[in-house]
Each structure stands twice: as structure tokens, then as C-alpha cells.
Design a protein around this ligand. Structure first.
Ligand SMILES: [Zn+2]
Length: 278
């Protein structure tokens, strides 16, 4: 099965034909699947993690810790937002930044591109994501051996929405950590203080395909997504580039927090403190 999937993928890449595929992500004890699509075309060298090192007011501390603020950090990462040169539209209007220390900036930078890949490729996404896949994702894929490795983990052909496609594993722990940091960054940006309690990260876009509780888990996640949308329906959707990202935040009491995030018009992720969902 591995061989078949891989050879099919490589054949398609070689031909440089557009490939539309839905890809599963799995993690943890069971198998969680996150359906994505990939499209391969021309590729060139690209560096998505070029970061400024602006020295800003040293009196503030990092959004994640008590170290000195040395670098403004984008939340979500800037690389998620398409570039004008690729889509012909300015999707980087008024991006949110928070103060960060060197350590958190460095660690986050390492995960940003991976997160970009995962978020952009969801089958739930809009046309902007598709164009981002055809441009930036492909450049990154060609340049970044870790992304290649990720794709080579494709492990099964599947049928999704009536079409044959491929599946591969994802490091969901890593993705969730990045999403956790985004949620904390959004909280900091809104309230100018740190969220230090735990956050749970969930996404209805993630499906379990294996394990005896797979269907049940998928239903629960789906219901949670609907419940979150309903609970926050009166709140404004914040974000200057809503085709790429917007969020809502519910924070009525000190210990309760619920952040609803939407990437590329269809990939919902929510972050909450447990008491916030009780
Ligand atoms: Zn820090």
C-alpha cells in the first residue's frame, strides 16, 4: 500500500500535473484524520521564514514568558497569509503582532512552515488556499526536506467526496502546539496580558478513521464545532483578511476562555480552557 501510494504521487509530481488530493492526518493512540488537498505544479526556491529582528520597547515581556521582548511575532504566522506576488491580492493587511523573546521566536519559527502547510491544505478551504498551495506550498515543498518527508509518509489511498486520493500522517502534537501559541497570542493582543492556564485545541476538520471510537469521536468534534459557532454567533469576527483568517473570542470570566479561529474560510479550530466549555 505504501509503495503504491508513493509511486502514484511521484508519478504525478514528475509529470508536473496538477494533482488534487485529499490527505489524512493521523495522530496519537487512535487515528485522527485531517482531510487536505495538495496540488503540484512548478516549483522554485523560496524562503518563507525570513524574519525581521526589530528591537522594540524592551520594557515589555514576551507574550509566552517573562523574558524580555526582543522581536514582534505574527499571530497567526505571517507565512500563512498569501503574498501579493502569488495571488495578486493583499492578504497581509494589518497583521497581528505580539512581543516575543528570542527563544519563543526561534522555536515558533521552526514550526511556522509546517503549520502553514497543514492549515493551507485542508479540503475545507477556499480558493485562496488552493492558490496558495499552487504557489507557496510548492516552493516550500521543493526547498524543505522536512516537508518532503511529510509527504512521503503518505500511507494509504482513500476515496473522499467520490474521488480517489491519498493519505498521510501528520504530527498533530506539533500542529496543536502552534495553534495553542496562536490562541495565546490572540489573547495577548486583545487583553494585553498573558493567558497562562491550559488550553485545549480541537478542530472539526480532524477526523478519526481508525479505532473503535472513531465515528463517535468525529461526531463529538462536529457537534463541538457547531456548538462553538452557535455560542459565539453574536460576537464580531476579527481579522482584516477574513478570507485567510478571522477569530472570535469569548472571555466572560477570568478562568474561562473560548477562541474560535477560522482559516481559509473553512478550517475551524477552537481553543478553550476546560471550564470555558463546561
Ligand atoms: Zn518567551
Amino acid at each position: 500500500m505504501h509503495q503504491e501510494s508513493l509511486s502514484l504521487l511521484l508519478t504525478l509530481i514528475e509529470k508536473k500535473q496538477a494533482l488534487l488530493s485529499q490527505v489524512f492526518y493521523r495522530w496519537g493512540k487512535g487515528s485522527a484524520l485531517f482531510i487536505i488537498r495538495i496540488c503540484f505544479k512548478q516549483i522554485s526556491v523560496y524562503n518563507t521564514l525570513g524574519r525581521r529582528k526589530d528591537q522594540i520597547n524592551g520594557r515589555t515581556t514576551c507574550y509566552m514568558c517573562e523574558q524580555a521582548n526582543t522581536t514582534p511575532e505574527h499571530v497567526p504566522p505571517k507565512c500563512i497569509f498569501p503574498e501579493v506576488k502569488d495571488l495578486g491580492i493583499d492578504y497581509r493587511k494589518s497583521l497581528i503582532t505580539v512581543p516575543s523573546c528570542d527563544a519563543h521566536n526561534l522555536r515558533k519559527s521552526k514550526d511556522d512552515e509546517y503549520l502553514m502547510f497543514v492549515l493551507t491544505c485542508s479540503i475545507t478551504n477556499n480558493e485562496a488556499a488552493m492558490k496558495q498551495i499552487e504557489t507557496k506550498i510548492l516552493r516550500a515543498w521543493r526547498r524543505n526536506s522536512r516537508l518532503k518527508e511529510l509527504l512521503l509518509r503518505i500511507n494509504r489511498p482513500i476515496i473522499a467526496k467520490g474521488k480517489s486520493t491519498l493519505a498521510f500522517k501528520v504530527d498533530i502534537g506539533r500542529v496543536n502546539r502552534s495553534l495553542d501559541w496562536i490562541a495565546r497570542g490572540l489573547y495577548y493582543n486583545q487583553y494585553e496580558k498573558k493567558w497562562s492556564a491550559k488550553l485545549r485545541i480541537e478542530s472539526p476538520a480532524m477526523l478519526f478513521l481508525e479505532g473503535k471510537d472513531a465515528l463517535k469521536s468525529n461526531k463529538i468534534l462536529n457537534h463541538m464545532g457547531v456548538a462553538v459557532n452557535h455560542a459565539l454567533s453574536d460576537l464580531p469576527k476579527i481579522g482584516e483578511n477574513p478570507d485567510i483568517f478571522w477569530y472570535q473570542m469569548l472571555h466572560n470570566s477570568p478562568g474561562e476562555l473560548l477562541i474560535n479561529m477560522m482559516f481559509f474560510g473553512g478550517l475551524q479550530v477552537f481553543a478553550f480552557n476546560k471550564s470555558g466549555m463546561a
